[in-house]
Design a protein around this ligand. Sequence first.
Ligand SMILES: [Zn+2]
Length: 189
Amino acid sequence: MTSSVIRMTTSAAIPSGPEGAITSDGTVTDRLVEANQGYAAEFTDPGMDARPVLQVAVVACMDARLDLHAALGLELGDCHTIRNAGGVVTDDVIRSLTISQRALGTRSIVLIHHTGCGMESLTEDFRHDLEMEVGQRPAWAVEAFRDVDQDVRQSMQRVRTSPFLLHTDDVRGFVFDVRTGLLREVDPA
Ligand SMILES: [Zn+2]
């Protein structure tokens, strides 16, 4: 799927049907639960501490094409991953980063946006349309963006200026290319 065909509306893009996606063996959640049984059968307790081994927190978009652990060579226990629509630094991301640094010892922060993000096709109209549909204005901003590099810069700035974080000297931002799998670093200036 290219970014030009991504269309997001408050209701038109949502598949109908109360059961969600149905596979031949039940709902998608049933499938996940079944997969977990296989995973647990092979699982051995690695005896790890909750503190990330690499002392790093990664903030990234929730996009399904971005496999963070594989793309960054990360192993179980290495890092905190904080994901949301766009990988934007919201108050709740600051909450998680603050806990990550102050309670669980991380020091570095990596921000990852990506090419073809669905957030580029949204505007704050999304919020207005939502209010018209449900009769209630969401408290959150949509955080849509047009220029992915600029949004990475804004996210870096929000992290660097947060009064709650202990470590803001190693904050770097990137755009992941969903076609090549490569990260491109964004100049913070
Ligand atoms: Zn995205």
